[in-house]
Design a protein around this ligand. Structure first.
Ligand code: 0GY
Length: 290
């Protein structure tokens, strides 16, 4: 394991774009602090601490109101750091957990009380050792009412995952649109395949996130991302979410400026109506529905 890494910008700019009141950053993480919340022995990266105080300061700096904190793979299935951050948020954060599929119903209920509203299934081999579909489906059938599944995969396994996703009995949120090659454009093979997935059931949502990851070769201002993703948001406006992805795990070689990420929002959601859906109405339905 390397030394502990920093993947977030030390001094993000103030965005020109101002999010609407109540805006939700629906994809971000916390790391540690390690002294209280040690990283998993199976972690594939070892980050510097990026705790709730830093996250909430960034939220305020960027003009957001709330966060959805997604359990990062470096914390494995121990959701203590995520729950601690939610507890410190003064009701301004909710979360997505990563669980051992054998988790008891009582422990799922405790996660619900702690502000968790979904579980994440991660299929990226560089982040997790295994992704047992059958066991994932078992736990998906036992989720508390109102929860959903967040799924993280890359475009090359979308076809393989179709039957699995079709069998998930709750809404599905796809991280970073399943990582399409945005340089293919809005009508490229990856975007077409992703649209077929969205068309296969009405309760598949997506995060229009991570221009820094998906348009890495072009870089900021991520023009290929804006070109490929704006039509998707326009065509599926009630199923799109947005988030910073702070503290940008594994992006230490191409750290994005969070202010510039926020300035992407009007480029993928040009009207006030679309922006309100993306940042307020849609994530509220999934995360603050009770
Ligand atoms: C992301 C992306 C990544 C990492 C994780 O849980 C994680 O460690 O999600 C990645 O490396 O692509 O959404 O944060």
């Amino acid at each position: 394991m390397n030394d502990r890494i920093v993947s977030w910008h030390p001094n993000p700019s103030k965005p020109r774009y101002r999010p609407p009141p109540g805006a939700i950053d629906a994809h971000c993480h916390v790391f540690g602090p390690m002294a209280r919340f040690p990283f998993s022995p199976k972690a594939k990266y070892l980050p510097q601490d990026a705790g709730p105080e830093m996250l909430f300061a960034l939220r305020d700096h960027l003009g957001f109101s709330r966060n959805v904190i997604v359990q990062a793979s470096c914390h494995g299935t121990d959701n203590a750091a995520t729950l601690d951050a939610i507890a410190r948020s003064e009701a301004r954060a909710r979360g997505v957990a990563v669980v051992d599929p054998a988790i008891s119903d009582a422990d799922l209920a405790a996660l619900h009380r702690g502000g968790i509203r979904g579980v994440r299934f991660n299929f990226l081999k560089r982040l997790v050792d295994d992704a047992p579909k059958d066991r994932f489906l078992d736990v998906a059938r036992r989720l508390p009412p109102g929860w959903h599944v967040v799924i993280y995969f890359e475009a090359d396994i979308l076809e393989e995952l179709r039957p699995f996703m079709a069998a998930i009995p709750v809404p599905v949120v796809v991280d970073h649109m399943g990582r399409p090659d945005v340089t293919q454009g809005p009508d490229g093979a990856d975007m077409k395949a992703f649209r077929r997935l969205l068309d296969s059931r009405p309760d598949i949502w997506f995060k229009a996130t991570c221009p820094d990851r998906l348009d890495l070769a072009n870089g900021d201002p991520w023009n290929a991302f804006a070109h490929a993703v704006a039509p998707l948001v326009a065509d599926y406006p009630d199923r799109a979410l947005w988030g910073t992805d702070w503290p940008h795990p594994n992006m230490e070689k191409a750290i994005p400026d969070d202010g510039h990420l926020v300035d992407m929002i009007p480029r993928i959601a040009p009207t006030a109506e679309l922006q309100h859906k993306l940042l307020v109405a849609n994530p509220t339905k999934l995360y603050w529905n009770d």
